[in-house]
Design a binder for this molecule. Structure first.
Ligand code: NAG
Ligand code: NAG
Ligand code: NAG
Ligand code: NAG
Ligand code: NAG
Ligand code: NAG
Ligand code: NAG
Ligand code: NAG
Ligand code: NAG
Ligand code: NAG
Ligand code: NAG
Ligand code: NAG
Length: 242
């Protein structure tokens, strides 16, 4: 009797571990994030569900980008904010990013969101600009809000075929642990990779780094038909640069 029970428990456990994860999978530029339902994750991305978003005015007045997907990364908590921050380049020019992961079926229905800011000015002044490379990122000074620090970011928007680079400097409310996490290595979130993520609390102590030449791939205008949502995202974000 006991043996049958144990065998039964083992069988149930086996079925549970074999069953694949289901996550909401969508990309806002594909117009499917509004009412998307969960679908099964592929067997190499069945560890967690993720939700990432960009809310930015750099590519025009407002640009929203949302990506929900399955991930191979383990999520250490039931629901975890992986990164959330806003970068201010100038008044009205900002880049907001948030990404979270979660465990369990269809746990990523919620949108990621960045924390709101107090808008009281502090004493920090940061070099601020954005562009497709270091050269086109022409620095102006930006006086930061109280809770902000200087950031120097290089982000790569890629769909695996085409990619686009964003060089972004300014004031950000990103916290120390997120800085450390994002600067450690290339982290990818729904097609956005942070290739560089430097945070400077006291800008006057910054020693100028030798300019790194950043390779940018120029999208071939003749292949516009094959543009996928991620590339479209980057094109929308950098409409002004194109
Ligand atoms: C989502 O739904 C709202 C209201 O129903 C609509 O205004 C918006 O365009 C939709 N967005 C997408 C991406 O379909
Ligand atoms: C995942 O979705 C598939 C169909 O898309 C369904 O057959 C399966 O039962 C779902 N799994 C779970 C654990 O909900
Ligand atoms: C889940 O992913 C692991 C590791 O990638 C794989 O070994 C396993 O077979 C996958 N499970 C299912 C049900 O796809
Ligand atoms: C995922 O499934 C495919 C085909 O079903 C199989 O070839 C591949 O080895 C599997 N990968 C893993 C990690 O289980
Ligand atoms: C985008 O960011 C702005 C400024 O922080 C905020 O007011 C707005 O609600 C955000 N939109 C979304 C959809 O998160
Ligand atoms: C931003 O909004 C203003 C006023 O609504 C408009 O005049 C301007 O053309 C818009 N800029 C872009 C890039 O959409
Ligand atoms: C830093 O921010 C992340 C998300 O943006 C949050 O999960 C984490 O708890 C914060 N860390 C500290 C020390 O406040
Ligand atoms: C997530 O954001 C999209 C687009 O901004 C919106 O249409 C949708 O209602 C939001 N979903 C939730 C659960 O807040
Ligand atoms: C940097 O970007 C500008 C504007 O997009 C472009 O004209 C220039 O050729 C780029 N420089 C390099 C080194 O890629
Ligand atoms: C910032 O750096 C300057 C020059 O190195 C130093 O005098 C000042 O005390 C520093 N401020 C803080 C808050 O660490
Ligand atoms: C951006 O990422 C993609 C995929 O990871 C890579 O192929 C491409 O070379 C990267 N682009 C740059 C400019 O580093
Ligand atoms: C867009 O959505 C459709 C329908 O869900 C899907 O077949 C297609 O693969 C999506 N395109 C991309 C590039 O994700």
């Amino acid at each position: 009797m006991k043996r049958i029970l144990i065998a039964g428990i083992i069988a149930v456990l086996t079925i549970v571990t074999v069953e694949s994860l289901n996550c909401t999978q969508c990309n806002s530029l594909n117009n499917t994030c509004n009412s998307s339902t969960a679908s099964q994750c592929s067997n190499d991305t069945n560890s967690s569900c993720t939700s990432s978003m960009v809310n930015s005015t750099l590519g025009g007045n407002i640009t929203l980008y949302e990506d929900k997907s399955c991930s191979a990364e383990e999520c250490s908590e039931e629901e975890k904010v992986i990164a959330a921050f806003t970068v201010h380049v100038s008044d009205g020019m900002y880049f907001q990013f948030a990404s979270q992961c979660c465990r369990g079926d269809d746990c990523n229905t919620k949108n990621a969101s960045a924390p709101s800011l107090e808008d009281e000015l502090g004493n920090t002044v940061c070099p601020a600009c954005y562009g497709s490379n270091e050269t086109s990122c022409s620095v102006k000074q930006r006086k930061c809000y109280k809770e902000e620090r200087c950031v120097d970011i290089v982000a790569n928007f890629s769909n695996g075929i085409n990619s686009k680079t964003l060089v972004l400097k300014g004031c950000s409310n990103v916290n120390g642990s997120t800085c450390q996490f994002l600067s450690a290595s290339n982290h990818e979130f729904g097609g956005i990779t942070f290739q560089k993520f430097d945070c400077v609390d006291n800008f006057t102590t910054l020693t100028p780094t030798p300019p790194k030449s950043t390779q940018t791939t120029t999208p071939n205008m003749g292949s516009k038909i094959s543009l996928t949502p991620l590339l479209l995202a980057s094109l929308l974000l950098f409409k002004l640069l194109l």
